[in-house]
Design a binder for this molecule. Structure first.
Ligand code: NI
Length: 184
């Protein structure tokens, strides 16, 4: 078990494009999986990407039964996903507050595709393919962004819809959507 320190925003390692995994199997990947699991659990995350632990590989881990950081979200099967990609199933987007272990204590409103199909491999190189929507879709889009050096703060709906999680007016997103003729 190894809880690693999460790399935070400002560190150039979060801005790199990560490398494809070419060697599969437990010998190569079990330790990375364990570190991702242990670190996510320790920081109460919903998902985590390898570069957040300073590992510059295209690997994400996500899922939870209960997530303290997102208490009202339905459980998501815990998944290690290697060399992941996704495609939207429709143009529709939804809007929600998002956070990131690499941007501690902050939240910002981000538009994401409502429904996606994602693919990738498990530790043994076997294909995983799922069609998901809502928070599950949002989470995977957020984590895959990390592999391309993109943070959610690059995608803020409006710079005013961003702030410290303990003082934010969460209803401001609903007002913004109403004022701009957008809806979830
Ligand atoms: Ni993140």
């Amino acid at each position: 078990m190894a809880i690693r320190t999460v790399v935070v925003c400002g560190d150039p390692r979060l801005r790199e494009r990560c490398e494809e995994v070419i060697t599969f199997g437990a010998d190569a990947l079990a330790e990375i999986q364990q570190d991702l699991m242990d670190s996510q659990q320790h920081y109460d995350g919903a998902g985590i990407a390898a570069p957040q632990l300073g590992i510059q590989k295209r690997i994400i881990y996500f899922g939870f039964q209960n997530c303290k950081r997102y208490p009202n979200r339905a459980p998501i099967e815990t998944t290690l996903l290697i060399n992941p990609s996704y495609e939207p199933l429709a143009d529709e987007v939804d809007y929600a507050w998002e956070g990131c272990l690499s941007v501690p204590k902050m939240r910002g409103a981000v538009a994401r595709y409502k429904a996606i199909r994602y693919t990738g491999c498990d530790m043994n190189g076997d294909q995983i393919e799922r069609e998901v929507e809502g928070f599950h879709a949002r989470l995977v889009q957020h984590e895959i962004d990390h592999l391309d050096g993109i943070l959610y703060i690059d995608r803020l709906l409006d710079t005013q819809l961003f702030g410290f999680e303990d003082v934010l007016d969460y209803a401001s997103l609903d007002r913004y959507l109403l004022e701009n003729g957008l809806n979830n």
